[in-house]
Write a new protein. Structure first.
Length: 135
């Protein structure tokens, strides 16, 4: 779903609404990104099917990331250590820190992600294409 918003207007989206990107067993739903925030931040949900991998270990040179577990237990790599983050867990990952997330459980899991500053969503079309080509 495409939504345009004047930065001075409230943005209200219900469950499941936003720009949806299907990445195999992972689904991203962007709630607000550079279009709505003047590139200050991006907010997205990332949902993982049971027993599935996330994006793979990576880092961002200039961007901090915030993760907040919405549902289930998400395994999150921070540096060299994996933690099992339960619903309600808040995690800040500084720029330049290797990280990843995956679902090692038999239940769906989801995290809310804040990417600061915004702009990560520009990568989503190529990420979706990679998952389509590497099923």
């Amino acid at each position: 779903m495409e939504h345009k918003n004047n930065n001075a207007d409230p943005l209200i989206l219900e469950e499941g609404q936003g720009r949806v990107y299907n990445c195999g067993t992972m689904t991203a739903i962007f709630k607000a990104d550079e279009n709505e925030t003047n590139e200050k931040y991006s907010v997205s949900e990332w949902w993982l099917e049971p027993n599935s991998d996330g994006p793979g270990a990576h880092r961002h040179e200039e961007n901090d990331e915030i993760f907040y577990v919405l549902e289930g237990t998400t395994s999150i790599l921070i540096g060299e250590n994996w933690i099992d983050a339960i619903k309600g867990t808040f995690i800040r990952i500084p720029a330049k820190t290797i990280h990843d997330f995956k679902n090692r459980t038999d239940r769906k899991t989801g995290v809310l992600n804040f990417f600061i500053p915004g702009g990560f969503e520009r990568n989503m079309p190529s990420i979706v294409k990679w998952f389509e080509e590497n099923k």
